[in-house]
Ligand binder design. Structure first.
Ligand SMILES: [Zn+2]
Length: 728
């Protein structure tokens, strides 16, 4: 039986998802975290209780106009005088109740308080008293922490998670006015762990049917079974904790630690189904990760949360491949990370480590961005995206795929490679200035896809039957499609199918195993077509590194054919052995409003790896062609590499422009911004909506505009880092 409050929460959430206006009363009935816009976190260390100046810290966080502040409660270390056995009290706590002082001060300034917990490690005294709480290696030894070896890894399948952590939540909930609990590091979206403790041995015997492999191996029946058992346990623990923290306070919340950007293993759709609040612990980038890594995080989380709260943590300290916890990251990089957070529809969560910083440069970076957000808050209250292109987020392919299903297992290092198909398509979409959303492969219902004119699928090789059926229904209903390489060739765990499950939709039938990867293969232009716009002066284009041999079915046309590999070295040997084939390098067909482009090669991944501009052009031409002759809902014309998001907001509409034009776009950190010039925008609003003002919120001035019917035209004079144009 649903209580009245639950009913109101459910109905306001579905109203929010549908984009219908919420009345004030309905807003008031939503739990506090659903309307929150700004979060901050001070991550305390065990020594902080000796000297932490509560008042000055709370002053700082209040100056950011936070809705919620995260402060350490307990788990590894208790920052209050706990009575729970084996809950380690900070050795520096003395007679203080630091969490209590912080809680009182936080609430006194009108901020919500979320207790930051850690369920992943405990001390040796707990190990001695409760050996069953801890993860074990195959030889039975416990797993000490790599840098702090006096701490031992706890096991999710043990009572530590179902008894000890709930006891701690209940103690904190009974003593302090906190509004929620967040667990650092758990459950994450990354690889599964394999433990050999007594609890796990029982799980393996009774539920899995054997010990699962240590590494990702979707070909293994044990791995498949374990994946499901593992996900079920995560969700059971999550639900239990949500129920424990709401025993006394119904609007309290449990927040798990997710994130991972586009490189996820655990099913984010299933996580999103239980999460009331999705926190992405995606604090920064390192190495040659592209700058848009944070916006991608927002795109992954949005479709699984459907309008419910998503936060993203920004590390103000210098986290990268080389990490420094106690110095400030480049302010420009930090600002761009927070800008991507808000542009992609997430709530920023600004994070510093340690209560006695010697470096305070980060403070103003957060304050300046957050006070600007607060001053313009209504425009960040999004109702729905108004992008007209959906990109299928190929989660299983990223998690499990091995090209050509070669046997063997691997660890996460290869995951950056399985994400390259998506990464190449993404870059081509940014470069072509398209507005798009991600959709999750487990939610491709007619309702989910209805707002989109086209679905783009970057090599979703491992695709469940249900997803294939939904894609077929979308295309039959008039939707357009762009797909690449081995899309739908395998079932969800990688079992090869006799043919592409989408053979009828893509107009192609498999004619052999994938060829490649090889350089120096080509595609030949056989006939002129809008897909080949801009390629005057050549009959040859670069070919993809890998391709799936296919036979064209029925009426599909193939204006590009395959020129197979020939040697690239030495120059004397560089001539085509087979200059012409009938093998299609692209297949196109049209039926009513629906247009389908299928590239049997990995054009997207090859673009990402090579940077070849012809391949970007080819992908962009393909997107334009599948979108048909109707103009896009939002068009954006000007110089620079930008990522754009368009939202229907509570007051009207907002266009978010992120300027990535920077020598550090693909290798961090951004040191400074390079402003781009005028951006000419055409923005479609609702047919009956008369726009009365267009304002650049970051520049802080109104823009001139014209409106013809539903189309509003204006020019943004320039963008330094980030601009938000509010239409109302
Ligand atoms: Zn275990």
């Amino acid at each position: 039986m649903m209580t009245r409050r639950e009913f109101l929460v459910v109905s306001s959430a579905s109203l929010a998802a549908s984009g219908l206006p919420l009345s004030t009363e309905q807003n008031a009935s939503r739990p506090w975290y659903e309307t929150m816009r700004r979060c901050g976190q001070l991550n305390l260390n065990e020594r902080d209780p000796e000297s932490l100046d509560v008042a000055s810290w709370i002053d700082y966080w209040a100056s950011l106009k936070l809705d919620a502040l995260l402060l350490n409660g307990g788990g590894i270390v208790a920052f209050y005088p706990t009575s729970v056995p084996y809950h380690h009290r900070s050795e520096f706590l003395g007679s203080r109740d630091l969490f209590g002082e912080l809680a009182t001060a936080t609430r006194a300034r009108g901020m919500r308080l979320v207790a930051r917990m850690d369920c992943n490690y405990a001390y040796g005294d707990a190990l001695a008293a409760h050996p069953e709480w801890f993860e074990r290696n195959r030889d039975g030894s416990p797993r000490p922490h790599g840098e702090s070896p006096w701490l031992f890894k706890t096991c999710m399948f043990s009572p530590y998670f179902t008894e000890q952590m709930p006891a701690i939540y209940r103690e904190i909930g009974a003593r302090y006015p906190d509004d929620g609990f967040f667990t650092n590091g758990w459950p994450s979206t990354g690889d599964l762990t394999v433990c050999h403790c007594v609890n796990c041995q029982r799980v393996y015997r009774d539920e899995v049917g054997g010990t699962p492999p240590d590494q990702v191996d979707a070909a293994s029946p044990l791995y498949r079974k374990y994946y499901d058992v593992f996900m079920t346990r995560v969700l059971d623990v999550w639900r239990q904790w949500q129920s424990v923290v709401t025993e006394k306070r119904p609007d309290s919340v449990y927040v798990g630690n997710l994130g991972g950007g586009i490189r996820t293993v655990k099913n984010v759709k299933r996580l999103g189904d239980v999460a009331r609040w999705f926190n992405a612990d995606h604090q920064g980038r390192s190495g040659d990760t592209p700058v848009w890594d944070c916006a991608q995080q927002g795109r992954v989380a949005r479709p699984v949360m459907n309008g419910r709260t998503i936060t993203n943590v920004t590390g103000a300290y210098s986290n990268s491949r080389v990490t420094w916890r106690h110095v400030t990251k480049s302010p420009a990089e930090t600002t761009m990370w927070m800008a991507q957070t808000t542009a992609s529809g997430m709530v920023p969560w600004f994070h510093w480590l340690g209560g006695a910083p010697e470096d305070t440069r980060w403070k103003e970076v957060g304050r300046s961005f957050f006070t600007w957000l607060a001053a313009n808050e209504p425009h960040f209250r999004n109702r729905r995206s108004i992008a007209d292109i959906a990109v299928l987020y190929p989660q299983r392919t990223i998690a499990f795929y091995r090209s050509g299903a070669r046997p063997g297992s691997w660890r996460g290092a290869e995951r950056a490679q399985t994400a390259e198909y998506l990464q190449g398509m993404y870059y081509a979409l940014l470069d072509g200035r398209f507005l798009f959303d991600f959709v999750h492969e487990d939610d491709l219902s007619a309702e989910t896809l209805a707002p989109y004119r086209a679905l783009v699928i970057p090599n979703a090789a491992y695709l469940p039957d249900a997803a294939c059926d939904a894609i077929r229904a979308f295309v039959r209903g008039g939707g357009s499609l762009l797909a690449t390489f081995e899309t739908s060739r395998y079932g969800e765990w990688g079992d090869p199918r006799a043919d592409l499950a989408l053979a009828d939709v893509l107009g192609a039938s498999v004619a052999g195993d994938p060829a490649g990867p090889t350089a120096n293969s080509y595609v030949r232009i056989e006939s002129r077509h809008p897909l080949l716009a801009g390629f005057d002066g050549t009959s040859l284009l670069p070919g993809p590194e890998s391709r799936l041999p296919v036979r064209a079915m029925s009426s599909a046309s193939a204006p590009l054919t395959v020129v197979p590999y020939y040697p690239a070295f030495p120059p004397e040997m560089v001539f085509p052995r087979t200059p012409r084939t009938n093998d299609p390098a692209v297949l196109l067909h049209e039926s009513g409003r629906s247009r389908v482009v299928y590239f049997p090669g990995d054009v997207d991944r090859t673009f990402w790896r090579s940077g070849n501009t012809d391949l970007a052009q080819l992908l962009q031409n393909a997107v334009r062609w599948v979108m048909g002759s109707e103009p896009p809902r939002v068009s954006l014309d000007g110089d620079g590499v930008v990522e754009a998001f368009a939202w229907a907001t509570e007051p009207g509409y907002a266009l978010h422009l992120l300027n990535y034009t920077n020598p550090n776009m693909t290798r961090g950190f951004i040191k400074r911004f390079y402003a781009i010039g005028a951006q000419r925008v055409e923005f479609a609003v609702a047919a009956d909506r008369r726009i009365t003002s267009v304002r650049a919120l970051r520049a802080g001035h109104d823009l001139r505009f014209t409106q013809t019917g539903a189309r509003v035209r204006f020019e943004v004079p320039g963008v330094a880092d980030y601009e938000v144009v509010a239409l109302r």
